[in-house]
Ligand binder design. Structure first.
Ligand code: ATP
Length: 211
């Protein structure tokens, strides 16, 4: 098994690249989706959140009201820290469970975990390698404005809340340039996929004394 982290900046094209890796045969784990799943009623993070923030942040059907919770934590750093301390360990536990499940099914799997803030959260040590999806900050702003119908200032604020994408280049093992067309990116993904397969095959190989 090869355990790969995939990251990028906001709007850099992580979901798009996930799709191309899935076409090649990768198993994809999306951390945003994991975070949602551990916050479903009666799951570990849900229980912790309700204990910390009370029942007033719940919808009538018992699910967490993200707007209410967001309004509380985004205006108070301590509360945001508390929320992260509840959610992060639950997400990592769920991730480990899913990795073990894939390993059981397919020992030669290449698993790609899409984590928007991988470097900011210092999660590199969980992975054999990290891939960065890169576009220039200017193109990030253009794509985020278009996708989210933001004005330039809103897009710039979102970018400022993250580590600058060019700094992430120095921390990554592979950098996928997603500045070109989708077809060009698909070709790059295919190339990276070949390298990942080679890496996977090297794992656990014993280097013996030459005879
Ligand atoms: P986020 O983390 O902000 O959700 P992301 O990194 O997953 O974003 P995507 O949602 O894959 O990024 O892409 C951002 C936007 O840019 C989308 O609207 C997508 O369709 C578009 N996009 C992705 N790749 C390209 C490309 N090569 N050319 C043009 N547009 C692209």
């Amino acid at each position: 098994m090869l355990n790969i982290g995939l990251t990028g900046g906001i709007g850099s094209g992580k979901s798009t690249v996930d799709l191309f890796f899935r076409e090649e045969g990768a198993y994809i784990i999306d951390f945003d989706e994991l975070a949602h799943s551990v916050e479903e009623p009666d799951r570990p993070a849900w229980t912790g959140i309700v204990a910390a923030f009370g029942h007033s942040i719940l919808n009538e059907n018992g699910t967490i009201n993200r707007e209410k919770l967001g309004a509380i934590v985004f205006s108070d750093r301590e509360k945001l820290k508390k929320l992260n301390e509840i959610v992060h360990p639950a997400v990592i536990e769920e991730w480990k469970r899913r990795i073990a499940e894939i390993q059981k099914k397919d020992g030669r799997a290449i698993v790609i975990s899409d984590i928007p803030l991988l470097f900011e959260a210092g999660l590199q040590s969980l992975f054999d390698m990290v891939i960065l999806v890169h576009i220039s900050p200017e193109e990030q702003i253009r794509r985020v404005m278009k996708r989210n119908s933001y004005n330039r200032e809103q897009a710039q604020n979102r970018l400022r809340a993250q580590m600058p994408i060019d700094k992430k280049i120095t921390l990554a093992d592979f950098v996928i340039n997603n500045e070109g067309t989708l077809d060009q990116t698909r070709t790059i993904v295919h190339e990276v996929w070949q390298r990942l397969r080679e890496e996977e095959q090297k794992k656990g190989r014993i280097i013996d004394v030459p005879r």
